[in-house]
Design a protein around this ligand. Structure first.
Ligand code: GAR
Length: 220
């Protein structure tokens, strides 16, 4: 049997994406193992989820460090000790330094609750509503030195409804996040990602689907 991909998952909050990854691993649909979960917040509910599943956790409170470099140095040490192959940012709300990116070159992925390159940064569901877009969604991408600018692996699109609030839109997007993040990790685990600069090709796509979608739907 091929070796399982060893994950280091970084969280800051609820950890629903973490839960979805755990569930896929436990169901046998994701050939990976979580070596360590690191939270920068001691209150993150994701830590409770991790403990329920007996997964090793570390809390690295950024308030305990005098600089971003010191924080990242310790984070690198913890993740290297755990022997991880892929760093998965799952609602991790810290910007990483260049030293961190270098230590795990091409091995860090992030999920973002918008259709990048639209609406990088924070409060992005409200930004999408304020702009009046008809679709939003989520994006899994490699992490580079910019904010939410790295090469895109997979995206999912959801409609924006006229009566949406930031919360209802976030919930619709989150459901899709829970599908595409395990899928992206699976591409990585199966060696199906071919990277050519910004362009990512996924080998052996099983269900090609190129239908256009409209919101509001076309008449007739
Ligand atoms: C998710 O919507 C994720 O896309 C977003 O935070 C939420 C975390 O939810 N991440 C970012 O905005 C990163 N810039 P979770 O803790 O329930 O997985």
């Amino acid at each position: 049997m091929a070796e399982l991909l060893k994950l280091g998952i970084l969280i800051s909050g609820s950890g629903s994406n973490l839960q979805s990854i755990i569930d896929h691993i436990e169901k046998g649909t994701l050939p990976a193992q979580i070596k360590i979960i690191v939270s920068n917040s001691p209150q993150a509910y994701g830590l409770t989820r991790a403990k329920k599943h007996g997964i090793t956790c570390a809390v690295l409170n950024h308030h305990d460090f005098s600089s971003r470099d010191d924080f990242d140095r310790e984070l690198i040490r913890i993740l290297q000790n755990a022997g991880v192959d892929l760093i998965v940012l799952a609602g991790f709300m810290r910007i990483l330094t260049t030293s961190f990116l270098r230590a795990f070159d091409q091995k860090i992925i992030n999920i973002h609750p918008a259709l990048l390159p639209a609406f990088p940064g924070t409060h992005v569901q409200q930004q999408a509503l304020d702009y009046g877009v008809k679709f939003s969604g989520c994006t899994v991408h490699f992490v580079d030195e910019g904010v939410d600018t790295g090469p895109i692996i997979i995206q999912s699109v959801v409609p924006v409804h006229i009566d949406d609030t930031a919360e209802t839109l976030a919930a619709r997007i989150l459901k899709e996040e829970h599908k595409i993040y395990p899928q992206a990790i699976r591409y990585f685990a199966e060696g199906r990602i071919i990277k050519n600069g910004r362009h990512i090709e996924i080998k052996n796509i099983k269900n090609p689907d190129h239908a256009a979608i409209h919101n509001p739907p076309l008449d007739g």
